[in-house]
Write a protein that binds this ligand. Structure first.
Ligand SMILES: [Zn+2]
Length: 392
């Protein structure tokens, strides 16, 4: 008997016996799906209208709906080198941008400050938008600014970014000026606990993560990080860190960036990048005064490099990282933190946020139960969101 005919008869037989064939689309629709990190608000600030389906970038409202994403954290990112006087202004403008998008799209998008608010918005068929800040440099060295951002609706803050700021060291810092967290850094952690703002340890150095976990009274998140044992990158979490986050009751959002998911991808990307460096450098010199012209000029070369890297990472690689954490500490401490619109390349089959259901299909194929899939897709983040920001 031909295999396809056998499969068809098997499915008909199972359906006839009253057994339900699990439909990944249905399970994905039933789940409360959370993406703990995107940088889309930066595209919005540069003029992208997220109410329209775009052909560039990774995320907009039509694609969020197609992807079945119920809660999206929009990270307001700030460069560590930003001067103190500008920090609050820049973050406030990014929040303003998100707020005005929510007003213009009030039937589809609602900014939510608590887990309860998010659940109400989702039940009404809207996407719950949660505001995050990526880089504690945003507080400009003043604890009062944490309250300011909290009042503006910010519910998590990533403590640092790819460079250390003055009170917390970054995972990318190879010669840190201090040991993890300063005394002021410890005060930031305590203040965030008092207010009910989630601490995000993605990008922080291992010493800083250790220090934060010693002090915090609440669960933390790593909003967009992967597993170091599967891809040895400083942005990823060691087994020891994963165990410590699980003991803390926190959650790790797996980052979809190919360079954090696969060592092979990172290696090949680095060597291609190095090979073409003289061409990038000459374009940079040519357009030294105009960053957007430089970006436009380098695009064809950049695209051709990315095209040569296709086929190394796919949706299965993301599930490998989820699987690793589940096997190490159980199904309660892992979620999704795509980094859409923040990184240059995504796995095959997860090219933008509309393709999120393919993750659910892969989880089913690996034998995950519906309950565990629900936790991974969003339940685990919602547990932390309730615990830290559940109140009014
Ligand atoms: Zn990041």
């Amino acid at each position: 008997m031909k295999k396809s005919l056998f499969t068809l008869l098997l499915i008909l037989g199972l359906t006839g016996c009253g057994l339900i064939v699990r439909d990944f689309r249905q399970i994905h629709r039933d789940a409360l799906v959370v993406d703990m990190h995107s940088d889309t608000v930066l595209r919005m600030k540069n003029g992208t209208d997220i109410s329209l389906r775009d052909t560039v970038g990774h995320m907009d409202i039509p694609r969020l709906k197609e992807g079945g994403i119920d809660l999206q954290v929009f990270a307001c990112w700030l460069d560590t080198r930003t001067d103190r006087d500008s920090c609050r202004l820049i973050i406030d403008e990014l929040i303003d941008t998100l707020e005005s998008a929510a007003v213009r799209n009030r039937d589809d998008l609602a900014i939510c400050r608590t887990a309860a608010e998010a659940e109400t918005a989702i039940a009404a068929g809207k996407i719950a938008a949660v505001i995050g800040i990526e880089n504690g440099v945003a507080i400009a060295g003043d604890l009062a600014n944490i309250r300011h951002y909290y009042d503006r609706g910010v519910r998590y803050m990533t403590l640092t970014h790819t460079a250390s700021n003055e009170w917390v060291t970054s995972s990318a810092d190879t010669a840190p000026a201090f040991d993890g967290l300063t005394e002021f850094g410890r005060a930031v952690v305590r203040r965030m606990n008092e207010l009910g703002m989630i601490i995000d340890i993605s990008h922080a150095s291992s010493r800083a993560v250790e220090e934060v976990l010693k002090i915090t009274k609440d669960p933390v998140i790593a909003s967009h990080s992967c597993v170091y044992s599967l891809c040895e990158h400083d942005r990823n979490l060691t087994d020891e860190q994963i165990r410590a986050i699980a003991r803390n009751g926190g959650v790790i959002g797996i980052n979809f960036y190919n360079g954090y998911l696969s060592g092979e991808f990172a290696e090949r990307a680095d060597s291609l990048w190095e090979f073409h460096r003289p061409q990038f450098d000459s374009l940079k010199t040519l357009y030294a005064d105009n960053d957007s012209l430089y970006r436009a000029a380098r695009k064809p070369l950049r695209d051709s490099i990315l095209a040569r890297l296709e086929g190394i990472v796919d949706v299965g690689t993301v599930v490998d990282h989820i699987d690793y954490i589940v096997k190490l500490v159980g199904p309660d401490y892992v979620g999704l933190g795509s980094d859409y619109d923040g990184v240059p390349s995504m796995p095959d089959g997860l090219d933008d946020c509309s393709m999120m259901p393919s993750l659910t299909r892969e989880l089913i194929e690996r034998g995950y139960s519906d309950d565990d899939i629900m936790k991974i897709l969003g339940g685990n983040f919602m547990r932390v969101f309730h615990q830290v920001c559940g109140g009014a």
